[in-house]
Design a protein around this ligand. Sequence first.
Ligand code: ADP
Length: 162
Amino acid sequence: MRIGIYPGSFDPVTLGHLDIITRATKLVDHLIIGVLKNSSKKSLFTADERVELLERVTNGLPNISIEAYDGLLVDFAKDRGASVIVRGLRAVTDFEYELQLAQTNHKLNPYVDTVFLTTSVDYAYLSSSIVREIASYGGNIGQFVPASIISTIYAKYNIYKF
Ligand code: ADP
């Protein structure tokens, strides 16, 4: 059984993430979405909230589970018996950081390999930080995140118009 991990902050999950998740589930037998707890970035949503949002938007996908994790990704992968780390690549700007991360992780745990899925052109520009920025000004985030989480995101900014 091939287990994959798709790690990230998911603060919040976007349609770009969801696209990678859907495609990654076809490459592995089971996909664990790993929500990083102690990112150096200060997050808008707590790890538990980010897990809940992911659960809401992936409802119906058969071979996934969602977990918050702390510490080194390679240790989490080893604990879960995962052999594949899935990451999404948007632009060339992602590449250098992702290459360094993948090579470091492979050094730390040679049994785990990183697989990159290139973003769909529809979502190439999309990031959680863009969503947060637009939502904070009450702009329309309807085309960037799944409908079921829109009002929860606005609520973080005390916006209740939707
Ligand atoms: P991190 O803080 O680890 O970069 P993110 O939640 O921002 O976490 O992203 C998690 C993963 O999803 C990363 O591999 C990132 O490149 C990828 N990703 C983010 N947005 C998109 C998108 N629009 N299309 C494809 N991949 C994406």
